[in-house]
Design a protein around this ligand. Structure first.
Ligand code: UDX
Ligand code: ADP
Length: 464
């Protein structure tokens, strides 16, 4: 089966970059990314590629190369579904905020809406691919909706989880460790799998493309993220032990990481992991385990989240304690708001939760993030519903000038590991801060010796 027309529903952090790279390597396939958010589509179509809605190193170059050639962005969801032979579903699946499974299960209403829309519009056979992170057995749900509400159209459902990390999405897509495709083990299923394999083969060696059954594919995605998050929580657990014993967590991480069985990646102690995937995926895993009565399995994985929440709270409480048990009316500079460097995504960012605790103590915050705008920062705080929106605007201000952000501050906190924070004139920042001048480095980003030489009271994670 030769695919000539692809549609992707959802022009977000996953759909946008993934389709740009598929379009780049398959110039003979028309790729249309659709979204019901008209403002987002308008931004993707902005004549200046620097204004596309997602900041991701290397992405704007690929969009410049492919947009209008074989990559298109549109709000006409129905037309794109109608025209395509292959449809990727790449919509958001946030954790439920209501009803059964509240705070744990993924809200599948957007997925279900997509499936119903496909069933309504399609007139010929389609391959439907779940790309969003989803709980195991979602493919079954999609299949059931398509089968029972369709009009004789044949559907093949594949699971093709995304493993890209934000900030390195283009690198990860161009050169992935593996591509995973789950499908039915029958003749029609195999044909659909082969069609998708062909698209990836345009730039990825065949031996890196794995095919499994649908459920293994879905579960592999949750498991990969759970293992990665577990490493962060494990090293963060050790970081507190280091602080009380005098060991240095960076030395411990280096030492254990040289054991080839352990490996050196994902051992960076931090203020806590964020992002749209880790917490959601583990909560999904926990929810699935619980729903099958596997209490020990559920509790085991839930502890990764509990440790992460504890790390964020511990960081905030340490700031309060160190600043003589009160931050009321004190100015605290926040360097970083995104959940990691090189992205403008703030979902589940540790910065939001640390800020919330300090604001509850009536601190005044001044935030700088190279890629996050003021409105996003206010929206993130408002979403918590801890304070009235006016209160957030009164207590929090935003600037792009580091010297203004840190001026007269009692403390500076590093929440995101942006490279540019290392290029600041820290002597100048010190000179204009209240004394003693504290730095709480939640990313172990700055040079501790240099900071202490300048005169800062410098504290990092996992180092006494
Ligand atoms: C993750 C997975 O890595 C990716 O494969 C999947 O497709 C989506 O989820 P992402 O959330 O974009 O990607 O970023 P990632 O690099 O995994 O970082 C997640 C969080 O963990 C960030 O807040 C990061 O700062 C934190 N982290 C990561 C640490 O605190 N320490 C580390 O050693 C590594
Ligand atoms: P992700 O990180 O998974 O890509 P995002 O929230 O960045 O998540 O993107 C998901 C996109 O999917 C959003 O832009 C949202 O508007 C879009 N979306 C959700 N449901 C639908 C739908 N039924 N039809 C079209 N677009 C949708």
């Amino acid at each position: 089966m030769k695919i000539t027309n692809i549609c992707c529903i959802g022009a977000g952090y996953v759909g946008g970059p993934t389709m740009a790279v598929i379009a780049k390597h398959n110039p003979d396939i028309k790729v249309t990314v659709v979204d019901m958010n008209a403002a987002r589509i308008a931004a993707w179509n902005d004549s200046d590629v620097n204004n596309i809605p997602i900041y991701e190193p290397g992405l704007s170059d690929i969009v410049a190369e492919t947009r209008g050639r074989n990559l298109f962005f549109s709000t006409d969801v129905d037309q794109a579904i109608f025209d395509a032979e292959m449809i990727f579903i790449s919509v958001n699946t946030p954790t439920k905020t209501y009803g059964k499974g509240k705070g744990m299960a993924s809200d599948l209403k957007y997925i279900e809406l997509c499936a119903r829309q496909i069933a309504h519009v399609a007139k010929d056979d389609k391959i439907v691919i779940e790309k969003s992170t989803l709980p195991v057995r979602t493919a079954q749900t999609i299949k059931s909706i398509l089968k029972h509400t369709g009009n004789g159209v044949q559907y093949q459902i594949l699971s093709n989880p995304e493993f890209l990390a934000e900030g390195t999405a283009i690198r990860d897509l161009e050169n992935p460790d593996r591509v995973l495709i789950g499908g039915d083990h029958n003749e029609e299923g195999q044909k659909a799998i082969d069609a998708l394999v062909k698209i990836y083969e345009a730039w990825i060696p065949k031996e890196k493309i794995l095919t499994t059954n649908v459920w293994s594919s879905e579960l592999s995605k949750l498991t990969a993220n759970a293992f990665l998050a577990q490493r962060v929580s494990s090293i963060n657990a050790i970081s507190e032990l280091c602080e009380v014993t005098g060991a240095d967590v960076t030395e411990v991480a280096r030492s254990i990481g040289m054991d080839s069985r352990i490996g050196s990646k994902f051992l960076q102690a931090s203020v806590g992991f964020g992002g749209s995937c880790f917490q959601k995926d583990i909560l999904n895993l926990v929810y699935i385990a619980k729903s099958y009565g596997l209490t020990e399995v559920a509790d085991y994985w839930e502890q990764v989240i509990i440790m992460n929440d504890y790390q964020k709270t511990r960081f905030a409480h340490n700031i309060i304690r160190t600043l003589y048990n009160t931050v009321s009316g004190k100015k605290i500079a926040f360097l970083g708001w995104a959940f990691k460097k090189d992205t403008n995504d703030t979902r589940e960012s540790a910065a939001i939760y640390v800020a919330d605790i300090l604001l509850n103590e009536q601190a005044e915050l001044m935030v700088l993030d190279p890629k996050v705008d003021k409105e996003t920062i206010y929206a993130d705080l408002d979403y918590l519903k801890t304070r009235a929106p006016e209160e957030n605007r009164k207590l929090v201000d935003v600037s792009s000038d580091p010297y203004e952000v840190c001026k007269d501050a009692h403390a500076v906190t590093i929440l995101t590991e942006w490279d540019e924070f290392n290029t600041y004139d820290w002597q100048k920042i010190f000179d204009n801060m209240k004394k003693p001048a504290f730095v709480f480095d939640g990313r172990n980003l700055l040079d501790a010796i240099k900071m202490k030489e300048i005169g800062f009271m410098y504290e990092s994670i996992g180092v006494r």
